[in-house]
Design a protein around this ligand. Structure first.
Ligand SMILES: C[S@@+](CC[C@H](N)C(=O)[O-])C[C@H]1O[C@@H](n2cnc3c(N)ncnc32)[C@H](O)[C@@H]1O
Length: 194
């Protein structure tokens, strides 16, 4: 688990976060309702966008990310409880959550198939599952570039895979996909499912 990655993450992301990402996050997170699970909450960038939810259980395995996120807790209008754990092995009982949120995280999870299984297990039937992810692009040249860059990128960006076909993984996990929106020529997808 990277030590320096948490210390540069917010700064590296800030040009994107001030523009399109802020709009995407606000709209997507605004759709969460009831009891919410956030997967890989990182530095807590989504906290200010939760409105009208009962509470958020935010899971994150990297203690250095959690340290950063704790400084953002006061920006949340709703109760947020942080848990040090991984998405592949969630501590919550079956059918606990009305909504599950994961932003820019399935790319970094070592075993995304197990994580999606766990999300399915802890979500209530018909829960809203809200993803914002970067994915393998469809354009062949760009997809190949992502393949080529991934081994080095993984080392620099704490295990992040540029070449993951996350939409296919979500579909294969049995989620009912309701809406997909594409940004930056298909590099980023907003995926809403149940
Ligand atoms: C690129 S950051 C995204 C953080 C935040 N969700 C955001 O939107 O900015 C990826 C996050 O996934 C977390 N992560 C890595 N492996 C994980 C796992 N197995 N389960 C849950 N989160 C994980 C990392 O620690 C990191 O905080």
């Amino acid at each position: 688990m990277g030590k320096w990655f948490p210390s540069i993450y917010d700064m590296a992301m800030s040009p994107l976060e001030k523009g399109t990402f802020k709009t995407i996050r606000k709209e997507l997170i605004g759709k969460a309702a009831g009891r919410v699970l956030e997967i890989g909450a990182g530095t807590g960038i989504n906290f200010p966008f939760y409105q009208n939810v009962e509470r958020v259980d935010a899971i994150e395995p990297n203690p250095l990310m959690i340290e950063k996120a704790k400084k953002r807790l006061h920006l949340a209008d709703v109760p947020v409880q942080y848990h040090t754990q991984s998405a592949e092995n969630l501590s919550f009982p079956n059918m606990t959550f009305d909504s599950v949120v994961a932003t820019l995280v399935l790319c970094s999870i070592p075993d995304p198939v197990s994580a999606l299984k766990e999300i399915k297990r802890v979500a209530k039937p018909n829960a809203s599952i809200l993803f914002f992810e970067h994915v393998k692009m469809e354009q062949p040249f760009l997809a190949q570039l992502q393949e080529t860059l991934t081994p080095a990128w993984k080392k620099v960006c704490d295990g992040c895979h540029l070449n993951r076909n996350t939409l296919a993984l979500i579909r294969e996990a049995g989620f009912e996909i309701q809406k997909v929106e594409s940004y930056y020529k298909g590099l980023f997808l907003v995926i809403e499912c149940r």
